[in-house]
Design a protein around this ligand. Structure first.
Ligand code: SF4
Ligand code: SF4
Ligand code: SF4
Ligand code: FES
Length: 945
């Protein structure tokens, strides 16, 4: 294996244009109009020396190293800023050019430390390469005069250093932060010789606006910006292309390695979801994989109050099988089940549901997607016939109006947010529908046309009001609706939506949004050109989550915003493989590809392949498993890669359910909260330790490639095979590719997927089959998958969770950039420097009424429970609304969430809880108990480790 080198063509490729022919160094070259001479030369294999140019950034023309001669033109133009033209005759080499380039390099080197041998970038430095390329042999100017060699290093960022002594002021970092990331955190301060790169107002990186995406580090051609891991470990010697295991964007990375040690994760330019960009999590926060808290040996105990005992894999697996068999013999076949994880690969998830359906003989399998995006599957399937987003990410480049609903992309889907921000800076209009003033509402060079700060729980009222304006003001795309949609369903929806109860004027007071803002936003979406909707958990995690998904689908159909680039209805999936875990048949009522278990034909194909009869009745959903456990009929649970105690609603009910079971098996990287209730702990493997695939929010199936052996000896898929065998179900796969072959054999939308194809194409978006052998970037192009688009009547039914005198405020929850979900991984990395604890955002007006000051401890109480955390005063939330994150277990945020859930899918209503906030002295008794319990768990685990 070698270090995977990507060619840098110097300037970006033009999007389209006529072919142009020119001659470079005597060779005829044909390129697209708008290509730079530098890129044309590079495409022809002729390397032009360069320092300030890179194909990730628009050309800048500052270093003067890339000079060329053009026949008939005076001077020596910079090839990076000069576009090709028909018939040009270009020379990249001549005595004059050599001389000029050498002079330029001489000036650079005369103000650069000559410590190449001990420099961390030795061997990976473009300045060094260029000195070689131009044949620099001597530097005539000494080091005596003014220079920057004593400039002080900034080591404040936990992941990279900034050594201004090595800076050549090429501006690549500044441009990367502006153009690629869109944060505008860097500037060039001063002029001429005094000019220098500066984060913010000459602040250390850590205190500046920098969000640690790493784009500047990636762009820097010298050792000025360098990953600390490279400084510590040295230059990598091989690399493997794989996929980030954090969020649903699904960025591809080159894992650059020395032996089995990761030196750095470099965003992969050919990654179709990220195009060479990254965020702080995927780029830097992989240290958890080697964290000392990893449990690397299987463990057993008789009772959950006993200490853990380390055992062999054989003993642990035998115990799982014997316990599950005993429980089924005593309490019946349906008394056990399993939970799959959206963090695991498709192949692992597929095997888990197969273990339950074919090995346990029931359909008691569910997934953590239940608590996030299950309404997406149900709602979009009902409207369009597919349980997935309609577009690829690149589609946003043609959107004219972008509507972001209940999502906070800059924190939760940062790389896509950067992509979207680029389009917004080009002039697309933005509508944000969110109770909170998220960063997108106003950030450098971006300002939302409309922000609808609705009261939590009124999503459906607002989407109906937007549709009301469109229907009653005659803004319907009638041709589209008549041709593509079910006309009858449209008519009954239009009648319903036009009624006065859905008008902005009726809805305004209840939703907290002025009617004129609703009207103006609706007009903009319907008439502003291509309208694209992007949404997140602020849509789904409601008692009307599914209704809201249908409401957005109605709006898109009514305005003809489907079936082409720049439009669509797009869920931004939370975890890396939420889409995949749903595709792989993790829900109790569905086999792979969303086919109902009661469908005899589909079931028969699985029965024939697996060689076992399958139950035709849907099994238990996660909340029903806990109900049944409390009732005494559900006794054994295998939880793979999911911390249900921390992430599921109504913690007390979850823990009561788990405590009632006789065998709880937890497979995870760390001893998580759920493991406190487990009898068997099986070590999990990280994404770096196994092969497989993840499917991102745009249905893109990306390869995950093993870069190191599983630290506990087995990858998760191998463990499932062994458990199945011990249960009497033989499954034979030599490699995860064979699992995917089986998925393809049994699932029409995956029929054309294979590892061979993924390796050849990089990735594919399902459906991938004979009709679409290379996958499907855009869905529903000529017709909806279900035939005609289906309008659903979306009556607004207020949630039962109401504010009142006891609980007058509404709590809503969200995420922060540096942390991920329940924080199990990111809390075990340096990312904690940005977020050491969860805090409660409260409007200054509400705080003042309660005597709460910034930084005070407050008690947050709902009718379900209470917790304490620190308050931060913020006008991001409206009066009456408070907000927190749930990344730290001792916040116990889910102690206060209620058991209300979506009517169709049971997705919990995390986004609306009526609460009261009052000053407090510190953690609640329950938190103290929890902390004591955690200490005790760690003590119990300690001897085993
Ligand atoms: S790490 Fe990212 S956000 Fe920070 S300065 Fe560099 S490019 Fe800008
Ligand atoms: S820090 Fe690196 S990329 Fe930025 S101006 Fe200096 S040399 Fe160029
Ligand atoms: S945007 Fe998501 S997938 Fe990409 S690097 Fe960040 S966490 Fe990973
Ligand atoms: S690479 Fe063209 S001017 Fe720097």
């Amino acid at each position: 294996m070698s270090l995977h080198q990507e060619i840098d063509y110097g300037t970006p490729a033009p999007k389209s244009g006529k072919p142009v022919t020119l001659t470079i160094d005597g060779f005829k070259v044909e390129v697209t109009e708008g290509t730079s001479i530098m890129r044309a030369a590079m495409e022809a294999g002729i390397k032009v020396p360069k320092l300030c140019a890179t194909d990730q950034l628009a050309s800048f023309g500052s270093c003067r190293l890339c000079l060329v001669e053009i026949k008939g033109r005076a001077g020596t133009p910079a090839s990076c800023t000069t576009p090709v033209a028909e018939g040009l005759e270009v020379s990249t080499q001549s005595a004059r050019l050599k001389n000029l380039r050498r002079n330029v390099m001489e000036l650079y080197i005369s103000d650069h430390p000559l410590d190449c041998l001990t420099c961390a970038a030795n061997g990976d430095c473009e300045l060094q390469d260029m000195a070689g390329a131009v044949g620099l042999r001597e530097v005539r100017y000494g080091y005596e005069g003014a220079n920057h060699l004593d400039a002080v290093k900034d080591e404040s960022n936990p992941y990279f250093t900034f050594d201004p002594a090595k800076c050549i002021v090429c501006s690549r970092c500044v441009r990367a932060c502006d153009e690629v990331q869109g944060t505008f955190a860097l500037t060039i301060d001063g002029r001429g010789f005094a000019s220098a790169v500066s984060p913010g107002q000459s602040e250390p990186f850590l205190e500046s606006e920098c969000v640690s995406c790493g784009a500047c580090v990636q762009a820097c051609p010298t050792a000025t910006l360098t990953e600390k891991s490279v400084i510590e470990i040295g230059q990598p010697e091989h690399s493997v292309v794989t996929t980030c295991a954090y969020c649903g964007v699904g960025c591809n990375f080159k894992a650059e390695m020395r032996g089995n040690e990761v030196v750095r994760m470099v965003p992969y330019k050919d990654g179709k979801a990220n195009h060479g960009h990254s965020c702080v999590k995927g780029r830097f926060a992989w240290g958890y994989t080697t964290h000392r808290d990893r449990i690397l040996k299987p463990m057993l105990r008789e009772r959950i109050s006993d200490p853990w005992r380390e055992v062999s894999w054989e003993e642990a697996i035998a115990r799982v099988a014997s316990e599950f068999k005993r429980i089924q013999a005593t309490y019946g076949r349906a008394s056990v089940g399993g939970i799959t994880s959206s963090r695991c690969t498709n192949e692992e998830t597929y095997l888990m549901q197969k273990l339950v359906r074919a090995g346990f003989g029931n359909n008691n399998v569910d997934t953590c997607a239940r608590v996030c995006h299950s309404p997406t599957g149900y709602g979009l399937n009902t409207a369009f016939g597919t349980s997935a987003g309609t577009q690829d990410f690149d589609s946003v480049e043609e959107a004219d109006v972008i509507m972001v609903i209940g999502a906070n992309p800059t924190d939760a889907h940062p790389v896509f947010a950067s992509h979207m921000k680029r389009r917004l800076r080009e002039g697309a209009k933005l509508i944000v529908i969110d109770p909170r003033k998220i960063d997108l509402v106003r950030s450098p060079h971006i300002e939302a046309a409309f922000h609808l700060p609705l009261r939590p729980g009124t999503n459906v009222a607002i989407i109906n009001a937007l549709a009301h304006v469109i229907v009653t003001e005659g803004l319907i795309a009638e041709d589209f609706v008549r041709e593509r949609c079910d006309w009858e369903s449209f008519q009954s929806w239009a009648r319903f939506i036009a009624s006065p109860e859905n008008s902005p004027e009726t809805v305004a007071a209840m939703a907290g949004v002025p009617p004129e803002t609703i009207r103006a936003a609706a007009r903009l979406y319907a008439t502003g050109g291509n309208g694209a909707i992007y949404y997140g958990l602020g849509v789904t995690e409601h008692s009307q989550g599914t209704t809201m998904v249908m409401g957005m689908a109605n709006l898109a159909m009514a305005t003809g915003n489907l079936g082409r680039r720049g439009v669509g209805v797009n869920p931004l999936r939370g975890q890396n493989n939420v889409q995949g875990s749903c595709d792989m048949g993790s829900f109790p009522h569905e086999l792979t590809g969303y086919r109902h278990i009661s469908n005899a034909g589909v079931r028969a194909s699985f029965e024939a392949d697996w060689g076992v009869p399958l139950d035709s009745e849907p099994g238990l959903r996660i909340p029903n498993m806990f109900d049944a456990a409390v009732d005494g009929t559900f006794k054994g649970l295998f939880v793979q890669g999911e911390d249900i105690v921390q992430s599921d609603p109504d913690t007390q009910h979850v823990t009561r359910g788990l405590s009632s079971m006789e065998c709880v098996v937890v497979q995870d990287l760390f001893l998580n909260e759920t493991a406190d209730f487990a009898h068997v702990f099986l070590p999990g493997s990280t994404f770096l330790e196994k092969d497989g695939t993840f499917t991102n929010a745009e249905r893109r199936i990306n390869r995950v490639r093993k870069v190191m052996p599983p630290r506990a000896g087995l990858a998760d898929w191998e463990v499932t095979l062994k458990v199945a065998a011990a249960m009497g179900l033989e499954m034979h796969y030599a490699h995860p590719s064979e699992i995917m072959d089986e998925v393809a054999r049994l699932t029409p939308s995956f029929a054309g997927v294979s590892y061979e194809k993924l390796d050849a194409l990089g990735s594919v978006q399902w459906p991938c089959n004979d009709q679409a052998p290379e996958g499907t970037p855009l869905m529903h192009v000529d017709r909806f998958v279900r035939g005609k688009g289906n309008f659903m009547v979306t009556e607004y039914v207020p949630t039962d969770e109401r504010t009142g005198p006891r609980f007058p405020l509404l709590l809503t929850t969200g995420r922060i950039l540096s942390q991920y979900n329940v924080g199990a991984q990111t809390r075990r990395t340096e990312n904690v420097v940005w977020h050491r604890e969860d805090v409660l955002e409260i409007h200054p007006h509400d705080a003042e009424q309660r005597g709460v000051r910034d930084g005070d401890w407050v008690k947050l109480e709902s009718r379900a429970g209470a917790t304490s955390l620190r308050a931060t005063l913020s006008e991001r939330v409206a009066p009456g609304v408070v907000y927190t994150t749930f990344h730290h277990p001792d916040t116990q945020a889910n102690v206060i969430t209620t058991d209300f859930s979506d009517w169709a899918t049971n997705c919990p209503e995390y986004k609306v809880t009526a609460v009261q906030v009052a000053p407090s002295n510190g953690p609640t008794e329950a938190q103290d108990r929890y902390r004591a319990h955690s200490r005790e768990s760690r003590r119990i685990a300690a001897p085993a480790k």
